[in-house]
Design a protein around this ligand. Structure first.
Ligand code: COA
Length: 176
């Protein structure tokens, strides 16, 4: 896979002693992304996509597996299961509007692996990549009731702002 600037895979350890890697998404990760989605609870799916969703749209998958790495990036956290196969347990992504140096992020972590620092690492590695690609700001839209995500981004230094016309969402932004 070509990246605008190469991103080395990084290894991290869970409290259990298990290791996981954070690496750029690969074009053959389709089934692993579907599996991650299948392991998200309806509530987590709602919090990620801001509506009820039971299947990942093909267009979403096509989009995420064929990134334009100069403007977009998706990082996945992977572990090896007992059979030795890679399993995706989290994903962070940003997209950049044309001719802008601001990017918009999204983040999901498998419910089974929540609260082990994986979401935080996925965001920190995403910041590093965005910065290397000369992006100056990262922003996101988070449901107001998604207190866990609002807490996570606040800890990472994001500014949280209410949207005047939509109390259901907050904007979060960080200068990189
Ligand atoms: C929100 C979400 C991404 C958080 O991911 P996560 O991997 O659980 O996040 P982290 O583990 O980094 O941080 C969450 C908590 O775990 C704690 N934590 C961090 N490292 C830890 C560790 N090694 N051991 C135990 N807990 C740890 C953090 O301190 C934090 O706790 P706190 O809220 O009490 O401070 C995940 O729950 C998710 O995918 N939710 C559904 C989708 C969603 O909401 N996406 C965001 C859309 S904008």
């Amino acid at each position: 896979m070509k990246t605008a600037i190469p991103f080395p895979s990084k290894a991290y350890m869970l409290d259990s002693g298990e290791h996981y890697l954070i690496r750029p998404i690969h074009s053959d990760d389709r089934d692993r992304i579907i599996e991650l989605f299948n392991h998200l609870s309806p509530e987590s799916r709602y919090l990620r996509f801001a509506h009820a969703i039971s299947k990942l749209p093909d267009a979403f998958l096509d989009d995420i597996l064929q990134l334009d790495y100069a403007k977009e990036m998706a990082l996945v956290a992977v572990i090896r299961n007992k059979q030795g196969d890679e399993e995706i347990i989290g994903i962070s992504r940003y997209v950049t509007p044309p001719n802008k140096n601001v990017c918009e992020f999204s983040l999901s972590v498998s419910d089974h692996y929540a609260a082990h620092g994986i979401g935080t690492h996925l965001m920190l590695d995403l910041f590093a990549y965005a910065k290397e690609n000369q992006l100056q700001e990262m922003l996101g839209y988070v449901l107001s009731r998604n207190l866990k995500m609002l807490h996570l981004v606040s800890e990472l230094g994001f500014q949280v702002t209410n949207l005047d016309d939509d109390p259901d969402f907050k904007t979060v932004s960080l200068l990189l």
